[in-house]
Ligand binder design. Structure first.
Ligand SMILES: *Cc1c(COP(=O)(O)O)cnc(C)c1O
Ligand code: SF4
Length: 423
């Protein structure tokens, strides 16, 4: 395990300071000059990095920087945190807003892509700017706090939309906000009757685990059901500090999930990913998603083929604990939303049998019942609840007398929502 005292610049930092998130955030490394005091950087490299930093935000916590193995030029932590000259290259497929979030934003800070849930961007700042970030169009900005007027409007929007049952606080990194400011937002969301669950997404357990304090977790606990999702990409990130932070979150009854981005040269390997999910479940974090790297500007050097993600799932599913296997997702370009992809296990079928292959390549089958029709009474109590009474997407074809979805079925709702009208 790396020791921060081995870094010349930090060797005299008292442990109390090092373990204090305020110290970590105050002492973030944000310029290339600052960085050269810690890492060996050649003069020509320095000029290039300065160019990158003029284009995209740069910031890393002393803690995350201390995890870099300075003898390894391909260190996975370094690749995530330290700018690279490749970021100056724009591939033809790169896009500013690749998943078209801006077109789903009815009021500033809200991205309402799926009918029953939305995300609320409470800040555009992070303690560490991941070099592959899909929201780099936002997080490169320096003045990125949502104004209290924006928050008021976002909360009004949620209040008005009775269909919203799940609110996800994100950013940037929401834990950049102080506890009081966060509690102000969370308590106002919790006061809305139709909001069933609240979630938060933060990379702090990975890049600044000191931010996870007893006080913070006690605050979250008041607003249950409350869920936390974090973002580990590599087993080297699972340190004693990260373990302490993660266990503190789950000890307060907050389920902790993880999303990973599939990154070339960092974790594009079935064995690294298997080790990562094993290390995660050892500290009680449930692997949730693996994302195909989005087409964000200047990130093409991080992207792998989609096949790599499928290979990773092929090597996990049934080869290890079922709940350690995340879902592999492509967030479709242009606003298609999250689309799960996986290896094929269904080989063939007729009207009585399905033929399947298992994880070992063994081919087997399942015989279906003679009478396959379900016995839905058509109008049980659940079906009568308004929110389960709407047929969306393919269920509109499957359960109504429509033969195909027309453009209005697919896009009408999106348009109306983008204009802030009812759904
Ligand atoms: C990912 C995401 C969500 C949450 O999706 P889940 O699959 O429910 O975790 C909600 N809104 C937007 C815009 C998203 O990108
Ligand atoms: S923590 Fe999240 S929002 Fe912030 S830079 Fe990393 S990926 Fe982007």
């Amino acid at each position: 395990m790396p020791d921060y005292r081995e870094i010349e610049k930090f060797k005299n930092v008292p442990e109390d300071d090092w373990n204090n998130y305020r110290w970590q955030l105050r002492n973030r490394i944000t310029t290339v000059d600052h960085l050269t005091e810690i890492l060996k950087i050649s003069k020509s490299e320095k000029e290039n990095l300065e160019k990158v930093c003029r284009k995209f935000g740069f910031s890393v916590t002393p803690y995350y920087l201390s995890l870099i193995d300075r003898n390894n030029p391909d260190d996975p932590i370094k690749k995530q945190a330290i700018p690279a000259v490749n970021e100056l290259y724009n591939a033809p497929e790169d896009l500013i807003d690749s998943i078209a979030e801006d077109s789903f934003s009815p009021v500033p800070g809200v991205i309402h892509r799926y009918p029953d849930r939305l995300i609320l961007i409470v800040t555009e700042q992070c303690s560490m700017y991941c070099r592959f970030c899909t929201r780099r169009r936002l997080v490169s900005q320096l003045d990125g706090m949502a104004s209290s007027k924006d928050i008021d409007r976002a909360i009004e929007y949620i209040k008005k939309k009775k269909i919203i049952r799940d609110v996800l606080l994100t950013g940037g990194d929401p834990l950049i906000l102080g506890d009081d400011k966060l509690e102000n937002i969370i308590s106002r969301i919790r006061a809305i009757d139709h909001v069933e669950i609240i979630r938060i997404g933060s990379r702090m357990p990975v890049v600044c685990p000191q931010r996870i304090t007893e006080k913070l977790c006690k605050m979250f606990q008041k607003y249950h059901p409350f869920y936390f999702n974090t973002h580990f990409n590599h087993p080297d990130e699972i340190t004693p500090e990260a373990k302490r932070a993660s266990e503190m979150i789950t000890d307060h009854g907050i389920p902790l999930g993880n999303q990973t981005v599939l990154l070339k040269g960092i974790n594009d390997c079935p064995y690294i990913m298997k080790k990562l999910v094993h290390e995660l479940i050892k500290i009680r974090i449930k692997p949730y998603y693996i994302y195909q790297c989005d087409l964000a500007m200047g990130t093409s050097h991080f992207r792998t083929s989609v096949a790599k993600g499928i290979e990773i799932i092929e090597n996990l599913r049934q080869h290890t604990t079922g709940f350690a296997v995340p879902t592999f997702i492509i967030d479709a370009t242009g606003g298609g939303g999250k689309i799960p992809v996986m290896p094929n296990y269904l080989i063939s079928m007729n009207d009585r049998k399905v033929v399947l292959r298992n994880y070992e390549g063994f081919i087997s089958s399942y015989t279906e019942p003679e009478d396959k029709l379900s016995r839905c009474p058509g109008s049980c109590a659940v079906c009568k609840e308004p929110k389960f009474n709407v047929r969306r997407g393919l269920s509109k074809i499957l359960e109504t007398n429509k033969f195909a979805l027309d453009a209005d079925d697919i896009f009408g709702e999106r348009e109306r929502r983008a204009r802030g009208e009812g759904v």
